[in-house]
Design a protein around this ligand. Sequence first.
Ligand code: AMP
Length: 423
Amino acid sequence: MNYNKKTVKDIDVKGKKVLLRCDFNVPMAKDGSGVITDDKRIRAALPTIQYLLAEGAAVIACSHMGKPQPSFDKWVQKQTEKGKDPATLTEAKWQKSLAELTLAPVAVRLSELLGQEVALAADVAGPDAQAKAAALQPGQIMLLENTRFEKGETKNDPKLAKAMADMAEIYVSDAFGAVHRAHASTAGVAEYLPAVSGFLIQKELDFIGGALANPKRPLVAILGGSKVSSKIGVINNLLEIADTIIIGGGMAYTFSAAKGGKIGNSLFEADWQDYANEMVEKAAAKGVKLLLPIDTVCGDKFAPDANTLTVEAGNIPDGWEGLDIGPKTIELYCNAVKDAGTVIWNGPMGVFEFAAFAAGTEAVAEALSKTDAITIIGGGDSAAAVQQLGYADKMTHISTGGGASLEFMEGKELPGVACLLDA
Ligand code: AMP
């Protein structure tokens, strides 16, 4: 995939209507009060918005929020699958579930942050959106309603994409968290408008794309998290690129079991043992250093107050489960990143949510904060861990997209990036 894409700086936006795809999928209070519990994603979009407004564009911002079911029947089906009694599922309840996913709170917060009015359209590309867009003046910004209120959004329906595109003259994508999806607002609209990236996507492409295409070596990839099966694509791709691959987290135990180790009650994916062995062989054949844990911190239950026991890898007693890498592994892994040119990290080393099993993840975060290497943190849990531990400002780049950064590291084509004009 070509990561070298045109940006807002490569196109004249003065006096133009710009459709700007943002990622305003912010966490909301569970009580339905409409309170945004973390506005990081809204603040992250400000540089591109402020640039466009200052350059004299009229900005029509849009985003999805959550997973609304735009049809009543589909909603009933999904709720029934979740175990709800169909007799209790009324049209009013469905409407309420949609109302909770309005972008109204986002419009209010965005308006506060920008210090100017952000009008919210009542629809995505319907009469109200069209009227508001037509009246929008240079330097003004409006927000469309949740793009997923339209059935055509996730189906990448060309009719919806065209209706959205017809309101604007230029498409700017800055929703990195959604570029792995070919939806009407993330890819479809680019069929009808000149399409460029905003600053957020540009940064992701520069750092992650740069690390994958032309890394400062040695390139060390640290892969953790719960399951081997969810990281296969990343392991496969990084085996072709990295000099060293470090494995931690729950997935390490499938590697251990595959070698004949005793793993007690640790996370284990029987179907992936052969794959784990193949990866070890493939790494050896390619001259890629593959590091696996040499010791492990176990718990007697999966709980914050579990009793702990540190043992050699492959020697976990019955009744215990591996929940973090051990001190010898920490030393091994921290040494491996010391002289790296680039480090890519995706997935925690243990159950960092429990203090008793956070040491491995903490030590790796600290080691990354001290190295001179370019440090790139994949979105999701590793990003959350780095932030929670206070090392965020010590990293070169923390990705804003969980699924998107994973697919990027898998070497997959990202539809929301592929559709942008090449630089
Ligand atoms: P993932 O979404 O695959 O990146 O996995 C992240 C989750 O993996 C975190 O919530 C961790 O608590 C969990 N995790 C990491 N190590 C382990 C382990 N040894 N056993 C169980 N869960 C783990």
